[in-house]
Every structure is written in structure tokens, then in C-alpha cells.
Design a protein around this ligand. Structure first.
Ligand code: GRF
Length: 212
């Protein structure tokens, strides 16, 4: 039985999708904890209602600057490791992480980013894709490395950008795919199906890593 710790900062809809898939599909895993850097993260209530332990490590109580960032990451790591995770899942966790933190979880921390990486790292991805005239957009699940929104790609989901789309319309189309792709990717990890080969990740049994 693998232990999964999920980190959120907000509404946690990807976390919900993972919790529900884990239960309904009978994964060889349990959600050991949901942890937020924001006490008001909407997703905490969902986790509590499902009997999942929750914790908050509030980044604001650490102040600003490099020393504060390192201290926050160290405390977050201590809290996470208290749940002995096999996998850490970033699901809308809005923090830039230190190399010490990402190194500690190398090969066992996943993130979902709402763009077709390596395009549009960072924020406001949907608006930037629309402004750039992209005809497709999407989301990427990747292993986390020290570089923001980089790391070996586990899966990508592609959606069309339609005439007249605004940021929220495109975000909603992408999010619906995220809710199918992220649980699949996490399941692959806990079932031991993912092989990291340099910058690339392949599925042992050849499942399609492209969602549409
Ligand atoms: C998602 O679009 C995810 O790709 C991005 O932040 C959003 C989080 O949404 N990293 P939610 O909190 O999972 O609902």
C-alpha cells in the first residue's frame, strides 16, 4: 500500500479527482494527508469530510526572502515526511520550491501545470496561449525538478482553442482533462508503471500518455 501526500493551495479540484479515483478504482494506495500552505484553501474541507488527515504550513508566518523560503520548505518537508509518503502530489500548490526540497523528493514528486510544457511555464498560461494565437492548449503532468515547471513529462492532455475563447472558457476545458489525466498519472506511479529515462518517462505497458 503506497502512501500519497497531496499539496494544495486553493480549491483542490484535482485533489478531489485523485481522492475519488483512488477510492473508486481500488488503487494499491491511500491518501495519507492533504497539506496546504494556506489555511483558507477550499480543498481542506473536502479532505476533512473524507476522513483524510490535513495540515497547514502557512508560508506567511515565515516572512519573506531566501532564508524564509528555505525555512518554510524545511518545515513543509518535516510535516510531509511525518506521513511517510511514497509519492508527493502537487495539485495547484502555488509555491516556488527550493532545490533542497525538490532534490529530497526527486523521482517521487509530481506536478500538474496548465499548459503544454515546455510552452508557457509560470502563471496566466491560458491567457498567454490565447494571446499567442495557439490553436491547441492543454496541461502537463511531470516529475518535479529544481527548475520551475520543468522535469520529465509523464502525460499531456490536449484541447482545442476555439474562436471566442476567453481565459475562463479555456481554463474550464483544460481543467476537465486535468481531472482525467492526473488521477491516471498518479495511479501509474503507485502501480509502478512509470520508468524515468533521462528527460523522458515511459509507461511500462505502453499506455497512451496523451489525453484528448
Ligand atoms: C489547475 O489548473 C492546475 O493545473 C494548476 O492549478 C490549478 C489547480 O486547480 N496547477 P485545483 O486547485 O486543482 O482545482
Amino acid at each position: 500500500m503506497k502512501h500519497i501526500v497531496i499539496l494544495i493551495s486553493g480549491r483542490g479540484s484535482n485533489m478531489e479527482a485523485i481522492v475519488q479515483a483512488c477510492a473508486s478504482e481500488g488503487w494499491p494506495a491511500r491518501i495519507a494527508a492533504v497539506i496546504s500552505n494556506r489555511p483558507d484553501a477550499g480543498g481542506l474541507a473536502f479532505a476533512q469530510a473524507h476522513g483524510i488527515p490535513t495540515a497547514v504550513v502557512d508560508h506567511r508566518s515565515f516572512g519573506k526572502g531566501d532564508t524564509a523560503r528555505a525555512a518554510f520548505d524545511a518545515e513543509l518537508q518535516r510535516v510531509i515526511d511525518g506521513f511517510a509518503p511514497d509519492l508527493v502530489v502537487l495539485a495547484g500548490f502555488m509555491r516556488i520550491l527550493t532545490p533542497a526540497f525538490t532534490g529530497h523528493y526527486a523521482g517521487r514528486m509530481l506536478n500538474i501545470h496548465p499548459s503544454l510544457l515546455p510552452a508557457f511555464t509560470g502563471l496566466h498560461t491560458h491567457q498567454r496561449a490565447i494571446e499567442a494565437g495557439c490553436r491547441v492548449a492543454g496541461a502537463t503532468v511531470h516529475f518535479v525538478t529544481a527548475e520551475l515547471d520543468h522535469g520529465p513529462i509523464v502525460a499531456q492532455a490536449v484541447v482545442p482553442v476555439l474562436d471566442g475563447d476567453d481565459e475562463s472558457a479555456l481554463a474550464a476545458r483544460v481543467l476537465a482533462r486535468e481531472h482525467r489525466m492526473y488521477p491516471s498519472a498518479v495511479r501509474w506511479f503507485v502501480e509502478g508503471q512509470l520508468v524515468i529515462d533521462g528527460a523522458q518517462v515511459r509507461h511500462r505497458e505502453g499506455a497512451s500518455q496523451m489525453f484528448s
